[in-house]
Design a protein around this ligand. Sequence first.
Ligand SMILES: Cc1cc2nc3c(=O)[nH]c(=O)nc-3n(C[C@H](O)[C@H](O)[C@H](O)COP(=O)(O)OP(=O)(O)OC[C@H]3O[C@@H](n4cnc5c(N)ncnc54)[C@H](O)[C@@H]3O)c2cc1C
Length: 391
Amino acid sequence: MAHIVVLGAGLGGTIMAFELREKLSADHRISVVSNGDKFHFVPSNPWVGVGWRDKRSVEADLSDILPRRDIALHPEGAKRLHPADRRVDLNGGGSVNYDYLVIATGPELAFDEIEGFGPAAHTHSICHVDDAMGTKAAVDALIAKPGPAIIGAVQGASCFGPAYEFAFILDKALRDARMRDRVPMTFVTSEPYIGHLGLDGVGDTKGLLESALREHHIKWICNAKVDRFEANRVEVSELADDGSLKKSHDLPQSFAMMLPAFRGVAAVAGIEGLTNPRGFILVDKHQRSPAFSEIFAVGVCIAIPPTGATPVPVGVPKTGFMIESMVTAVAHNIDRLLRGQAPEAQATWNAVCLADFGDSGIAFVAQPQIPPRNVNWSSSGKWVHAAKHRV
Ligand SMILES: Cc1cc2nc3c(=O)[nH]c(=O)nc-3n(C[C@H](O)[C@H](O)[C@H](O)COP(=O)(O)OP(=O)(O)OC[C@H]3O[C@@H](n4cnc5c(N)ncnc54)[C@H](O)[C@@H]3O)c2cc1C
């Protein structure tokens, strides 16, 4: 009998525990170490940010769901991983030993890398549901006292879809409140061009997103490096293709929401051989750590190199469909190891995404996610909003 521990109970970790339970014989123990006893569906946060969803409608109670599937829950959260001892120390004392570990700890949000950045300073966030609720309060304040809005993603960000989604969703919320004419909006992004998405574009995402921004009267700045945020302004350096300064912008803001860069969480960062310098988990083609053969990793916490050099650094997004393929591969590989066989399954790393714009949206399919691709398709229309909003 083996003990398999899943570290992190977000999108990747929760389905990882379910797939392991389904795949492995019942005599193997499965435990989940999570930060609290609630699951949050992160892709719904842009809607929480404008009040189209409340917190309760995007969370689920792990203390109810997991035991029903014979999965143990440790809601204290992990303090530190000790891979040489196959042990995870928990917050507040205690520890869990494992035979196999799947790390699914998502991102730590690197707001501290830019002065004045983050919900504790001068900007808002939709990355965590609690911050998205704070964003909803700030959107209400913006409607009551309109002024310029800055939306986008900063240098080193890897998650661009939700930034576009939130820009268009905010546009729709402001139009519904008959206040859009009093809120000049600018999309500020580290991407080299609109619709790059950290993927060098998919199909015609450049054309589709530029056109949508124009139609919605949202100006944009690409190759943007944010130097600092203040209470009512943002300093941005726009870089040229050779990395030199093209233009300095001093943008007034009454409301700012920008996606931060991500890095690995403290419980796993800085472990020799396990992580890269930003704390992301290094994995081979079987999602397995090259340094610790009993450790696998799925989701945003894994290391993926950028698609190519850009004037301002941008990372590769780890999207939901791609994460599900990592989870399925890991369940298959741990099952094989428990049977004395070598891992063989590889995640497809394909991207299938719907980006909701509040009353329309764009969809894209990238197979594989990293170019060049066999399938490179994008489309737009009201059907995207209808499809995603009902999920
Ligand atoms: C706002 C937003 C919207 C997105 N929308 C989409 C979308 O529409 N479609 C799409 O395909 N992708 C989307 N993504 C990308 C991706 O699908 C999500 O980020 C997804 O939640 C990533 O799953 P994950 O399991 O890797 O990380 P997460 O879902 O963030 O889960 C990580 C979990 O680990 C926990 N954790 C961290 N440290 C510890 C610790 N020390 N101990 C225990 N637990 C810990 C965290 O609390 C969290 O619960 C979106 C991302 C964001 C930020």
